[in-house]
Ligand binder design. Structure first.
Ligand SMILES: Cc1cc2nc3c(=O)[nH]c(=O)nc-3n(C[C@H](O)[C@H](O)[C@H](O)COP(=O)(O)OP(=O)(O)OC[C@H]3O[C@@H](n4cnc5c(N)ncnc54)[C@H](O)[C@@H]3O)c2cc1C
Length: 413
């Protein structure tokens, strides 16, 4: 993040997380996760909790630090250098925690939020179904009333943490006759009878985070596990999309920064045609483009974090900014890491340097937590809603053309 924009407290937090990343995450863990030899690094989550780094935004009474989004993105850029899986596992208590913090009852917060931030319970989020992730409101997983609770039937897929999590935040249809937005509920589902986890995916990257398939076979869920009330899932979903997408955006900054720094250092040492390759414009301009993309992404993510923290922007504007941040930062990260590989030449494609692993990880970021296409749908939708309702501009700029009065040529249909 931009050092000069940070407060002393934010700088101290950044240094604290940097020290955690340096001292507490063994290189071997990253290698074993990438080799699928570690399926779910519970010890890493426990260490984060021991350092009080989980759920930084939540109140101290639940184990957080009562900080804001600006602080969380500063922390996540540092965690992001570890790659997508460890960044995602850092983020999950923030994502699932948002639902519990905003919609949970005091009892639900005591049962699940506090232990999650203490690293005693691990969490995962299950939205995507085999029939699709983009069309979230088409959810077919169903929760049917059974006495004091519900029977959950259906499947979810691509759930990070499926293999190791104790709790799943699951969306299910609770009113099949209602409009899609009015008939879905969010539940905390505890691992147990009727909840099956299958390891079915050979992932290109982002490995070792326990990404799996979930089957709910008449799993019993007590009514007190409903989050946000019966058929209140849409509000929970919209709220959770803030942490879901902000964490993707901020983690991407760290991954891109790591790759860019490796490539910049390499370009300052590697010699071709008798000079350091950074003396060639073809190389140094890629570094310049990468820095520009990264700073632009940081600026947008930081502005969005402020918009969420300050609470003054309309929900629609926040949705647009969050979607822009997610799309822009993850797209920038892909381009930066891809260029870093080009700068490194053939050695960048090997496992002598971690660029190839970062490239495999970063490829996912424009797909998960809402694809680029879905971000674009939201961005233009929220823009038009605001734009068409707004007053005309103070100056009639359309009139600033020589032939502006030629209305016969202003043909729209
Ligand atoms: C490794 C990994 C980890 C993941 N982790 C999680 C997790 O922890 N929890 C979870 O719930 N999900 C998770 N996901 C799922 C991820 O969020 C989805 O894959 C993503 O939202 C896209 O859904 P889909 O794969 O079903 O693609 P689809 O929804 O089938 O989309 C396919 C293509 O069609 C495009 N498309 C769809 N609708 C439109 C439209 N209206 N306009 C334009 N284009 C459209 C999409 O952009 C995409 O390009 C993960 C996925 C992966 C691969």
């Amino acid at each position: 993040m931009f050092d000069f924009m940070l407060t002393d407290e934010q700088r101290a937090l950044r240094d604290e997380v940097r020290a955690f990343v340096r001292d507490e995450v063994p290189r071997q863990l990253i290698l074993d996760m990438d080799a699928d030899e570690v399926r779910y690094p519970r010890g890493y989550i426990e260490k984060l909790a021991a350092h009080r780094l989980l759920g930084l935004r939540f109140p101290p009474q639940y184990g957080g630090r009562g900080l804001g989004w600006q602080e969380e993105i500063v922390a996540l850029e540092e965690i992001g250098v570890l790659g997508a899986s460890l960044a995602c596992l850092f983020s999950l208590p923030s994502i699932v925690g948002e639902a519990l913090h905003v919609f949970g009852t005091p009892d639900q917060k005591a049962r699940w939020l506090r232990p999650a931030l203490a690293g005693q319970l691990t969490v995962a989020e299950a939205l995507t179904e085999p029939r699709g992730g983009s069309d979230f409101f088409g959810t077919t997983t169903a929760a049917v009333r059974d006495g004091d609770g519900f029977r959950l039937r259906g499947q979810k897929r691509f759930v990070v943490g499926a293999e190791g999590a104790d709790l799943f935040l699951v969306y299910a249809r609770t009113d099949p006759d209602a409009k899609p937005h009015q008939g879905i509920s969010a539940f905390i589902v505890e691992r147990g009878e009727g909840v099956e986890v299958h390891h079915v995916y050979g992932l290109m990257g982002t490995r070792g985070g326990g990404t799996g398939r979930l089957y709910f076979r008449d799993a019993y869920v007590p009514a007190e596990n409903l989050i946000g009330g019966l058929n209140g899932g849409a509000a929970v979903f919209y709220e959770m999309m803030i942490p879901e997408r902000m964490t993707s955006a901020a983690g991407a900054l760290g991954m891109a920064r790591a790759a860019l720094e490796i490539a910049a250092r390499y370009a300052d040492r590697r010699v071709a045609f008798g000079q350091k390759i950074r003396r060639f414009e073809g190389v140094s301009f890629k570094v310049a483009d990468g820095l520009t993309r990264l700073d632009a992404a940081r600026g947008l993510v930081y502005a969005t974090a402020r918009a969420v923290d300050d609470g003054v922007a309309s929900p629609g504007r926040v949705r647009r900014l969050v979607s822009e941040s997610k799309k822009f930062a993850t797209g920038a990260a892909w381009e930066v890491v891809n260029d870093a590989m080009q700068i490194m030449g053939g050695i960048g494609y090997t496992d002598i340097y971690p660029i190839e692993r970062l490239l495999r990880d970063v490829r996912l970021l424009t797909i998960w937590t809402g694809t680029d296409e879905i971000m674009n749908l939201i961005i233009q939708h929220e823009f038009y809603k605001e734009f068409l309702a707004a007053r005309p501009p103070a100056r009639d700029i359309e009139a600033d053309a020589r032939e502006a009065d030629n209305v016969a040529e202003k043909v729209y249909e």
